[in-house]
Ligand binder design. Sequence first.
Ligand SMILES: *[C@@H]1O[C@H](CO)[C@@H](O)[C@H](O)[C@H]1NC(C)=O
Ligand SMILES: *[C@@H]1O[C@H](CO)[C@@H](O)[C@H](O)[C@H]1NC(C)=O
Ligand SMILES: *[C@@H]1O[C@H](CO)[C@@H](O)[C@H](O)[C@H]1NC(C)=O
Ligand SMILES: *[C@@H]1O[C@H](CO)[C@@H](O)[C@H](O)[C@H]1NC(C)=O
Length: 434
Amino acid sequence: MGSARHLCSALLVVFLLGLHHSSSFWIVNVVFPPNAKPRVSSNSTPPLIIVPGNLGNRLEAKINKPTLVHWMCYKKTEHWFPLWIDLNMFMPIGVDCWIDNIRLVYNRTTRRSSNSPGVKVRVPGFGQTYPIEFLDSNKLAGYFFTMVQHLVNIGYIRNETVRGAPYDWRLAPNENSEYFTKLQDLVEEMYDQYQQPVYLLGHSMGCHYVLYFLNHQPQAWKDKYIKGFISLGAPWGGAVKPLRVLASGENDGIPMISNIKIREEQRMTTTNPWMLPSEEVWPKDHVFISTPTFNYTNQDYQRLFTDINYEDGWFMWEDTKNLTGDLHPPGVEVWCMYGVGLPTPITYIYDEEFPNGDPVDFVYADGDNTVDSFSMSQCKGWAGQQEKPVHVTEYRGLAHLDIVFHEKVLNLIQDILEGNSDTPKEIDVRSHIE
Ligand SMILES: *[C@@H]1O[C@H](CO)[C@@H](O)[C@H](O)[C@H]1NC(C)=O
Ligand SMILES: *[C@@H]1O[C@H](CO)[C@@H](O)[C@H](O)[C@H]1NC(C)=O
Ligand SMILES: *[C@@H]1O[C@H](CO)[C@@H](O)[C@H](O)[C@H]1NC(C)=O
Ligand SMILES: *[C@@H]1O[C@H](CO)[C@@H](O)[C@H](O)[C@H]1NC(C)=O
């Protein structure tokens, strides 16, 4: 067991280095975080709540299962244990146990998801920063640690003036209503405590969560409680990548898990269909998936879900497409930041092995290597649609995940929080050491 755990840790490190394409960058920023100094007196730091992206906070589970997918899987636990990130997912049989624990069961009649039979899932640490700073208790998988440390260096206090709002990212907002009540309570609590309106900061899908939250609050509430919304790398018009993830799987470099294996898990969540390229934003004739027998546009999702043998996905897409699909303006001051200048797939080309083989070719457009800039730049449209200012900053050469680590992003966030709202339209990060 001990040596297995050791092996797991080693694999996790490999996984993390793979995830951050520029590994030296990861070591520099996570292991040796930046040492920022406050430029203004720090006793008035405006309170900040961070909403992470998909897969971006810890989940815990407790199980008492009626059946097992493999005799080696645990059947019953007395305590809550880490479900994400669970080191077992890096082991050959462990991955099957893990998928059977984390999967959701979708019911087409009630249009609701439930946990796998005999599994309870909870989100630890709401209102604290630890579940988003590191995704594992060994502190190997760093996510918001670098940013939170930067904030602490300029006068913020963990769990007090800077807090995390983790959520069950397997579910879209229509099935997470309690979360929005908790988030509202947290905003009001911080407002009362620090006598100042609160900043919300989102990354990737977390930005859609923030938008949904703001769209469901009265303008008077937002005027009183919210100082601004900082959005990092938001796929406002949806993302093309979930199409590949759902069709043929994408392991993002996780060792020992095949794409087809990870597809099993990815098909269980409703957030992937929610993030598909939206009908409102993308041209109706753009081909996202090309196969020898059919070219799929966003008008062909029903056929696509049938052809990839995942019909639940069509129902999930119908349930979620209107949640933030119309991009109704948030009604608060917005800083919309994203990476540009990196080739990003906007069409996946498959051969006859579709959907059980990887794409054989790609059509690229400009983006942050995960989401295209056409989708992320949709926030520009809010400028004429709301009274509050909308600031857009494009980072040339910055990758999707790196936006939560990069020094130039952290410095700009610091500027905003210190009250300098005028931000440059473009910042080049390419000359920076990688
Ligand atoms: C879905 O929910 C309905 C209503 O609660 C229930 O009758 C049905 O058995 C459920 N379907 C499955 C496959 O569990
Ligand atoms: C924040 O809260 C968590 C959980 O209660 C705790 O482990 C951590 O030490 C706290 N951090 C600080 C800086 O107080
Ligand atoms: C898909 O589109 C490509 C490029 O326009 C075209 O060459 C191909 O024949 C189309 N395939 C099908 C099956 O319609
Ligand atoms: C989504 O919005 C469209 C257009 O506004 C509407 O026709 C459709 O009924 C809505 N769907 C759901 C599930 O609310």
